[in-house]
Design a protein around this ligand. Structure first.
Ligand SMILES: [Mg+2]
Length: 406
C-alpha cells in the first residue's frame, strides 16, 4: 500500500490557512513509548514549540495532566524549574483522561460533568486492583516473591484520578516469548476490570463507567474488543477504567468549543458544554457542529495520533478496526468533508519505542489500516516521535512568523 511520507505539501496547506487547529495525542506521538510510564521523556524544544502555537494547538490524551504520573510532571522534570514552567505557560493545553480533564497552558485544570459519587468510586479503584493483581500474578508466576509482585504492582497499576489503569508491559517482560502466558495476562486482567465494573453497578453507578482497552479491535455489543498477543504484535497493553462518555471524539467537540471561544469570545456550544452532554455517534456530532458552528468559523483541523489498528479476519474476510486514536481522527476527517475543508490526518509510527507494535518500515500499513478503511492518512511519520517532533518544531517556527508578521 502506498502512503505519503513527504510532509511538505501538507505543511504548505497548513501554513497557508487562516485558522488552523492541531489536535494531538501525546504518548507515542511527542513522547516515545516506554515500558514503564514513569520513565517517559519529552523534548524541551517541543514544549517551547507547542507554546508558540498558542490557541492553535491542543493535546487530546488518555493519560492525565496532573498527579505523579501526569504529563505536567514530565514537563517540570524536563525544564527543571517549576516557576519557569508556570511563568512561561509551558504546560500542554488541552484534554486528558480521554476527554475529561481540561487545562490551559498554566495548568488551571477543570473537570466538569463528573459526580461526587463517581470521583469517590474512582479513588477506590487502584486499591481494588492491587488485591486482585496479587492473586492473579501469584497464579501466573507462582515462583515470584511478594517483594517482586509488589514491584510489578507499582509499575502495572496506574493510580490516576480519572482513569485508573492496568498496564501489562512489566508482566509481558517477565513472560518473555511465552505467547500463552501473554494471552493469559490479557484475559485475566480483562476479567478483573470487569469485576470492578460490576462493583460500581452494585453501588448504584451502573451507567458511570466503561473499560477502554488499548489498542483494541473495535467494539462488539458496545464493549471494546481486546487484541490478543500474537507472534508479531504484542496486542493490548492497557485497560483503563474510564468515565462513561470519555471518548476522544467527544474531546474534539470540547476542544473546538474552546478554540472558537478563544477567537470569537463566545463558545458555540455554550459555556457548560462537556463530555457528558456531547452527542454519541460521529454522525450526530457532525450535525451538532453544523447546527452551531458557521462555515467561516471552522478551522483547518490537523489530527495527530499513533494508535490505529486494523486486523484482517481470515474466516469471514473482514477487518476489525479500532485503536484509541481512530475515532477522533475519523471524526476530524469526516467533519472536514462535511464543511468542505480538507482536514489533515497524521499518523506517527510509534513501533520503535520499547513497546512492540506493527512497524510501517517492515510491514507497511498492515495491522494499522487497510484499503477499505475510510480513515486515510495525509502523512505517515515512519521514523516515529522524533521525526514528528522535528517537523512540529519547524512548523511552529514558520507559523509563528506568519502570525506575527505585522
Ligand atoms: Mg498514543
Amino acid at each position: 500500500m502506498n502512503f505519503v511520507t513527504n510532509p511538505f505539501e501538507v505543511e504548505s496547506k497548513i501554513l497557508g490557512s487562516k485558522n488552523i487547529f492541531i489536535i494531538q495525542d501525546i504518548d507515542g506521538v511527542c513522547i516515545p513509548l516506554v515500558k514503564d510510564p514513569m520513565n517517559r521523556k519529552i523534548s524541551k524544544d517541543y514544549i517551547f514549540a507547542a507554546r508558540k502555537f498558542k490557541n492553535e494547538f491542543s493535546v487530546l490524551t488518555c493519560g492525565e495532566h496532573e498527579g505523579k504520573r501526569g504529563v505536567n510532571r514530565i514537563i517540570e522534570r524536563c525544564i527543571n524549574n517549576i516557576s519557569e514552567v508556570k511563568e512561561k505557560g509551558l504546560y500542554l493545553r488541552g484534554l486528558a483522561a480521554c476527554g475529561v480533564e481540561y487545562q490551559d497552558n498554566i495548568a488551571n485544570t477543570s473537570f466538569e460533568g463528573i459526580t461526587k459519587e463517581e470521583l469517590e468510586f474512582l479513588s477506590k479503584v487502584p486499591k481494588m486492583m492491587r488485591s486482585k493483581f496479587k492473586k492473579i500474578v501469584n497464579y501466573l508466576f507462582p515462583r515470584l516473591k511478594e517483594i517482586e509482585i509488589n514491584s510489578h504492582a507499582i509499575k502495572s497499576i496506574c493510580e490516576t484520578k480519572f482513569s485508573p489503569t492496568i498496564n501489562f508491559n512489566s508482566l509481558f517482560e517477565l513472560s518473555k516469548n511465552d505467547l500463552k502466558k501473554r494471552r493469559q495476562i490479557q484475559e485475566m486482567f480483562e476479567i478483573m476490570m470487569n469485576e470492578i465494573l460490576i462493583c460500581a453497578e452494585k453501588e448504584g453507578l451502573s451507567r458511570s463507567f466503561f473499560l477502554h482497552i488499548s489498542p483494541n479491535l473495535g467494539k462488539k455489543n458496545d464493549c471494546e474488543i481486546i487484541k490478543y498477543s500474537t507472534k508479531d504484535d504484542i496486542g493490548s497493553t492497557d485497560i483503563q477504567f474510564l468515565l462513561e462518555g470519555a471518548v476522544k471524539d467527544s474531546g474534539v467537540l470540547f476542544l473546538l468549543n474552546e478554540y472558537i471561544g478563544s477567537i470569537k469570545g463566545e463558545k458555540p456550544f455554550g459555556e457548560k458544554f462537556n463530555f457528558r452532554n456531547s452527542p454519541r455517534t460521529l454522525e450526530e456530532k457532525i450535525s451538532f457542529c453544523r447546527q452551531y458552528i458557521n462555515h467561516e468559523d471552522m478551522p483547518l483541523i490537523i489530527g495527530v495520533g499513533d494508535t490505529v489498528t486494523s486486523t484482517f479476519n481470515a474466516k469471514d474476510k473482514t477487518h476489525s478496526r479500532g485503536g484509541s486514536d481512530r475515532s477522533f481522527l475519523e471524526f476530524i476527517q469526516l467533519l472536514g468533508k462535511s464543511y468542505g475543508i480538507d482536514n489533515k490526518i497524521i499518523f506517527v509510527d510509534s513501533s520503535y519505542g520499547e513497546v512492540f507494535r506493527p512497524s510501517t518500515k517492515e510491514t507497511g500499513l498492515v495491522g494499522i489500516t487497510d484499503k477499505r478503511d475510510n480513515l486515510k492518512f495525509d502523512i505517515v511519520f515512519q521514523n516515529g516521535p522524533n521525526e514528528y517532533v522535528n517537523w512540529f518544531i519547524n512548523l511552529a517556527i514558520k507559523r509563528y512568523k506568519i502570525k506575527n508578521k505585522n
